[in-house]
Design a protein around this ligand. Structure first.
Ligand SMILES: [Zn+2]
Ligand SMILES: [Zn+2]
Length: 660
């Protein structure tokens, strides 16, 4: 009788065998209902074969093969196999996480017909700039695998390049997959794409879609009905039978990296998928990740540059540094910023005051006894949220009411220290009583719907001053916004995480790019105590390439990525001693000693050493050779699985970690 090898959603690095008399080789990639333990599960048939490694009498019969969907294609499995091997993730988990929830349920959900999307009028394509035309011509569809890094300043019209390439892919009968950061996938983008390709059955795939819609969209992609899929991170796994082009917009964005479960990079998987399918992939950014930039410089990726803004009248904003060492600040804001905001108010233009710290103040403290508002579950402070009078931990979500007096000494005169967006907003409101101020951060915008509504208000001119965090920095055009004031950026210059300057630069370039995108000239004022720092110099000059060169040189000297390959073993337990002891055992394993090209660092507590009552430690494995690291990791992982650890200890391996 045929044997089915089935992938199940279990944290085990293997497949499971069942017998089935109704199975044929064409059933690979179908869902199957199987008995497991005392219950049943839905799995995916990965292989149909004649024999099993297990004795025949131990194999249970499968209950039913589900034939309501076309089988998952072989290239989907190649992608999952690669992800499982590369990220050391159990194969069943990888395969099943890619499926919509409804398709993994035992009880088949009732199928409701999807709402028909309203017909959209075709929007004509704008005229191309010379640079755009050259970039489009450089990407050939149907000519095999290539990675193109589309480096384009904000406003240079990267999206138009994507749209023209999609047009080519569709004309040749192919499908296109466009990945964007979580926050950028708004209905506006979807509408724009639909407007250009009204008959293409555009679908979106993201985490906030209702279950039924996600399943419907995913099916449309698998069945080849949807020619264009717009999605966030997880959509990189969407099975598409005629995939001909992939685009990763804002390729440097950290949201392409999954931070729990299987810790994968959707951008890197997109590159693998393109190579596997022999198709082009376009990575776009105004501030590419240093990894991609180094690949472009070495010629592994093809560099396409857009330096002019698509709207010829829109020039790059003038960036000016304000040396706050010589200035009197009011509530953290300098006189030149206030004057510039006042001027915009007078002219009926918009200003953005950027402060990447939400809440009212980062900490509440007692000057009498030195008490400060610590989170009792984390190695972090509780942030003061004055609007609802709560102290809240931004790491674990713990919250309490703001105390009326110091919990330690009873002093009633406790103070907020430092400032966040709420404090800035209320002070600006006092200072400019006539101004309409809109605060945009994760407290004021909690869902995609609220985000939409907020964008609409700003576009509709219902705001004079925007106060916001990095949420506002990403890819939105506000035609009346002509001033950006940046506060509190210095903190990230000297952060413990060596990637912090790269992220800060990308963020500031993005936020600066918000100013003056249409006919109105933009101005960016950056408050700093370190005006001579090379990061700010490059920002003033709008010179990403020179700053990237500086950073790459530093990385090469220090032997950091992209000049080394890393994996992080992390352990968490109620006691730090247990976590460190576990990591120390992992470091001492014989296999860890046998690989001479692998450096294993000392186990150390993580930067946020305690999160939600768990102490966290980490151990870095590093090698100058990706291949050596990839050979080492599966052997190491297997050996680590054999370490006897306390019951409450959890561990995971993260390959190419982004945060330290
Ligand atoms: Zn006190
Ligand atoms: Zn906490």
């Amino acid at each position: 009788m045929p044997i089915l090898r089935v992938a199940l959603d279990l944290p085990l690095h293997r497949l499971f065998d069942y017998v089935s008399d109704e199975a044929g080789h064409g059933d690979v990639g179908l869902r199957v209902r199987v008995p497991f333990g005392r219950g049943e599960r839905i799995g995916i048939i990965r292989e149909v074969r004649e024999d099993s490694d297990w004795p025949a009498e131990q194999l249970k019969p499968a209950i039913a093969i589900l034939r309501d969907l076309p089988p998952l294609p072989e290239d989907f499995f190649r992608l999952c196999d690669f992800a499982s091997t590369y990220y050391q993730a159990p194969i069943g988990e990888v395969i099943l996480q890619a499926l919509p929830v409804g398709l993994k349920r035992l009880a088949a959900p009732e199928r409701r017909a999807g709402r028909r999307t309203a017909a959209v009028a075709t929007v004509p394509a704008p005229e191309l700039t010379g640079e755009q035309a050259a970039a489009i011509a450089a990407v050939s569809l149907g000519a095999g695998f290539a990675v193109h890094l589309l480096y384009g300043v904000t406003g240079s019209g990267k999206t138009e390049v994507y749209l023209r390439l999609i047009e080519k892919a569709l004309a040749a009968g192919g499908q296109a997959l466009v990945l964007v950061p979580e926050i950028n996938l708004t209905p506006q983008l979807e509408t724009r794409v639909r407007g250009r390709f009204p008959g293409a059955g555009v679908v979106a795939l993201h985490s906030e879609l209702a279950e039924a819609a996600r399943e419907r969209h995913w099916r449309a992609a698998l069945e080849g009905e949807a020619q264009i899929v717009l999605g966030t991170r997880l959509a990189v796994f969407t099975p598409m039978p005629r995939l001909a082009l992939m685009v990763v917009d804002e390729e440097h964005d950290a949201s392409f990296k999954q931070q729990d479960g299987m810790r994968y990079s959707a951008r890197d998987l997109a590159v693998f998928r393109a190579r596997d399918l022999e198709i082009p992939v376009v990575l776009g950014s105004a501030t590419p990740s240093l990894e991609s930039w180094a690949n472009a410089k070495s010629g592994r990726y093809q560099l396409l540059t857009l330096q002019e803004r698509a709207n010829a009248q829109a020039t790059l904003p003038a960036v000016r540094l304000l040396d706050t060492r010589r200035m009197v600040l009011q509530e953290g804001i300098s006189e030149p910023v206030l004057a510039a905001v006042a001027q915009r108010l007078e002219r009926g233009e918009q200003s953005l005051v950027f402060l990447n710290r939400r809440g009212y103040a980062p900490v509440l403290a007692c000057p009498a006894c030195g008490w400060i508002s610590h989170c009792r579950r984390c190695a972090a402070n509780l942030v003061l949220h004055l609007a609802d009078r709560r102290l809240r931990c931004h790491h674990c979500g713990f919250e309490v009411r703001v105390p009326k007096s110091c919990p330690t000494c009873g002093n009633q005169d406790i103070h907020p220290f430092g400032r966040g967006t709420q404090r800035l907003e209320s002070w600006l409101q006092e200072h400019f009583p006539e101004a309409r101020i809109v605060r945009v951060d994760r407290d004021s915008v909690k869902s995609r719907k609220q985000w939409e509504a907020m964008l609409e208000r700003i576009h509709g001119g219902e705001a004079d001053i925007l106060v916001g965090t990095q949420m506002l920095a990403k890819g939105h055009d506000f035609p009346k916004l002509t001033l950006v004031g940046v506060l509190g950026a210095d903190a990230a210059l000297f952060a413990a995480d060596w990637r912090a300057p790269e992220r800060l630069f990308a963020q500031l370039m993005q936020v600066a790019g918000r100013a003056g995108r249409a006919e109105l000239k933009g101005e960016v004022l950056v408050q700093t105590q370190y005006p001579d720092h090379p990061l700010y110099g490059a920002l003033v000059a709008h010179d990403y390439p020179s700053y990237a060169a500086t950073l790459l040189e530093e990385r090469e000297q220090a032997g950091f990525p992209p000049y080394a390959y890393q994996a992080m073993l992390r352990a968490e337990a109620p006691d730090m001693a247990d976590a460190i002891a576990f990591l120390t055992s992992a470091r001492a394993l014989p296999v860890a000693q046998e690989h001479s090209e692998i450096a294993l660092y000392d186990p150390v507590p993580m930067h946020l050493s305690r999160l939600a009552n768990l102490e966290r430690g980490q151990l870095l494995a590093e090698s100058p050779s990706r291949r050596a690291l990839q050979t080492f990791l599966p052997q190491w992982r297997k050996a680590i699985e054999g370490i006897k650890a306390p019951a409450k200890l959890r561990w995971h391996l993260e390959v190419d970690p982004l945060e330290f």
